[in-house]
Ligand binder design. Structure first.
Ligand SMILES: O=C(CO)[C@H](O)[C@H](O)COP(=O)(O)O
Ligand SMILES: [Fe+2]
Length: 231
C-alpha cells in the first residue's frame, strides 16, 4: 500500500515557483489547485501556468480543478501532461464521461467531493475513477481547519473500494498537518495533500518525511514507510 504526500503549491511563493518546486522534490506528486473565482471564491492560475509548472516540476502533477464547466475545460489539463486530474462532481454534468475522457488522454481521473456532497451516488461506479478526493475543508482557500465530520464519508468510500478490490487512491485535502494526518490515514486515506503544513515548515523535505511516516504508521496494518514510492 503506497502512502503519498502531495504538497499543495497554493501555499508556495507564486513568484518563485520553480525554486518552491525544488524544495518539495522528495514528495510524490505536486498538488496544483486551479480555481476560477466562480466555482470557488478565489482565483489561482489556468492552463498556461499549469503547463509551465509541468515543464519545470521535478515530480508529476496532481491537478485539482475547482472550476465551473469542467466538462469543457478539464480535458485540456490532461493534455498538458498532468499525471492526475481531479474534478468536482458538483461542477460536472457527467462525471463518468469526463473521467473516461481524461483516462483516454492518459491521465489518472479523479473525482472530488465537497464536505456537503455525499459519496453514495458514486459507490457503484468507483471503477471509473483512479482517485476519490474527500475534501476536508470547503474548497477555495489554504490554511483552514480540518473538518473531522468528513471522516465517516471517507470511511464509507474506503470500505467500498476495498470490498470491490479496486485500485482507487483515496485523497484528503485541507487542514492536513502532523496533528490530523493520522486521523485521515486511520479512516482510509492513502494520498495526503498538505499546503501550509509543508511550505510553512523550515525544511519542507523534513516535514514531508514526518508526514509520510505518521500516515504510514496510522494506515491499516501499520505500513512501514520506505520513502518515496513513486507516482
Ligand atoms: O484545495 C485546496 C483548497 O481548496 C488546497 O489544496 C488545500 O486547502 C491545501 O491547503 P492547506 O493544506 O493549507 O489546508
Ligand atoms: Fe486542493
Amino acid at each position: 500500500m503506497t502512502t503519498r504526500i502531495n504538497p499543495s503549491i497554493l501555499a508556495a511563493d507564486f513568484v518563485n515557483l520553480e525554486a518552491e518546486l525544488a524544495r518539495i522534490a522528495s514528495a510524490d506528486l505536486v498538488h496544483v489547485d486551479v480555481m476560477d473565482n466562480h466555482f470557488v471564491p478565489n482565483l489561482t492560475f489556468g492552463p498556461q501556468m499549469v503547463g509551465r509548472i509541468q515543464d519545470v516540476s521535478p515530480i508529476p502533477l496532481d491537478v485539482h480543478l475547482m472550476i465551473s464547466d469542467v466538462d469543457r475545460w478539464g480535458p485540456g489539463y490532461a493534455e498538458l501532461g498532468a499525471a492526475s486530474v481531479t474534478f468536482h462532481v458538483e461542477a460536472s454534468d457527467d462525471p463518468v464521461a469526463l473521467a473516461r475522457r481524461l483516462r483516454s488522454i492518459g491521465a489518472l481521473a479523479g473525482i472530488a467531493l465537497k464536505p456537503g456532497t455525499e459519496a453514495d451516488a458514486y459507490l457503484d461506479v468507483l471503477d471509473e475513477f483512479d482517485q476519490v478526493l474527500i475534501m476536508t475543508v470547503e474548497p477555495g482557500f489554504g490554511g483552514q481547519s480540518f473538518m473531522h465530520d468528513t471522516m465517516p464519508k471517507l470511511r464509507r468510500v474506503s470500505e467500498a473500494v476495498r470490498a470491490a478490490g479496486l485500485d482507487v487512491r483515496l485523497q484528503v485535502d485541507g487542514g492536513i498537518s502532523l496533528d490530523t494526518i493520522g486521523i485521515a490515514a486511520e479512516a482510509g486515506a492513502d494520498t495526503f495533500v498538505a499546503g501550509s503544513a509543508v511550505f510553512g515548515a523550515d525544511v519542507p523535505a523534513d516535514r514531508i518525511a514526518a508526514l509520510r511516516d505518521l500516515a504510514a504508521a496510522h494506515r491499516h496494518g501499520g505500513e512501514q514507510s520506505t520513502g518515496r514510492l513513486g507516482a
